[in-house]
Design a protein around this ligand. Structure first.
Ligand SMILES: [Zn+2]
Length: 306
């Protein structure tokens, strides 16, 4: 009888220990413990001056409440996939080697030569997500490296669909890191021109979708522990964008949330140049992930109160 009781106790203890292990996967120590979640918003083709001229309360609210620069720079290629890969790997295209900007066939999908911060965070035990409006983003979601992935089967989908998928994931999984890409403003830029009234009108629509994502953070009760980073893959001019054109290379870089200096213009530090690779490095810093020596990006710690 005593043996049976002991066995039962031992069994219960093992179950409890296993349960504990599953619930509290080891997480790295973070420099700002209040920051438990990071949301990256990439608005495709968002040129800083077009953003400032647009009637976009959600994005303007982030500028008002957060730290920002309208003089950040994307890669010298200034096209979506190589630039977003730099944003998410913290290295320049020469190191990640994603020089293509097209969808790959599923059977022959190619991936960056270095891990994404999504992959690094997943490996560290975090729940991660990628929701993108263009199919070519499959290159940034190597199987096993991101917990939740939405990438359209067709070339692209709407900002509305992107927001709906992101909202579902935020409410059900409360990811520690989610990257959300809105394709709308780039599509209108190619059709009607950068800075056109039509693109300004599209930004209003995209902003409504961003507001829905922010509201989901409220419903999931993680808004107070989430840093939101708003940026772009490139700007544009005429009906296009590309290399060696500053109107294509300048991007906004806005960060808001716990620990962020409110209403702080990062250009107050004349020596600080924010580049798109710094987004990945900043995410690693916030989530307590290692920053390998090969990184080109550095964390933008000047945006945070320390
Ligand atoms: Zn484009």
């Amino acid at each position: 009888m005593r043996n049976l009781l002991l066995a039962a106790l031992l069994f219960t203890a093992v179950i409890l220990l296993c349960g504990q292990g599953a619930e509290s996967a080891p997480r790295p120590a973070r420099p700002l413990p209040a920051v438990e979640h990071v949301v990256i918003l990439i608005v495709d083709g968002l040129r800083p001056d077009v953003l400032l001229l647009s009637e976009t309360p959600a994005m303007h609210g982030m500028i008002r409440d957060g730290a920002y620069t309208m003089w950040a720079r994307t890669t010298d290629m200034a096209v979506t996939l190589p630039s977003c890969t730099s944003l998410l790997t913290a290295v320049k295209p020469a190191k990640h080697r994603v020089s293509w900007n097209t969808s790959q066939p599923a059977s022959g999908q190619l991936y960056p030569a270095v891990p994404t911060v999504l992959g690094m965070a997943t490996e560290a035990g975090y729940v991660t997500a990628l929701v993108a409006g263009k199919s070519k983003f499959a290159a940034l979601a190597k199987p096993g490296t991101v917990t939740h992935v939405f990438v359209p089967d067709t070339a692209k989908c709407s900002d509305e669909q992107v927001a709906a998928e992101a909202v579902k994931i935020i409410e059900s999984a409360k990811p520690a890191l989610i990257c959300i890409h809105f394709p709308g403003p780039d599509a209108v830029g190619h059709e009607k021109g950068w800075g056109s009234p039509e693109q300004l009108a599209q930004l209003v629509k995209t902003d409504v979708q961003i507001a829905l994502v922010l509201a989901a953070l409220d419903r999931a009760e993680i808004r107070d522990s989430t840093v939101v980073l708003l940026t772009a893959d490139h700007g544009g001019t005429g009906k296009g964008h590309g290399a060696d054109d500053m109107r294509s290379r300048h991007i906004p870089w806005v960060v808001a949330g716990p620990g962020v200096k409110p209403g702080y213009d990062l250009t107050q530090d004349a020596k600080l140049q924010v580049n798109t690779e710094d987004t990945g490095a900043t995410v690693c810093w916030l989530l307590g992930l290692p920053r390998p020596l090969y990184f080109d990006g550095k964390p933008v710690t000047a945006a945070f109160v320390q």
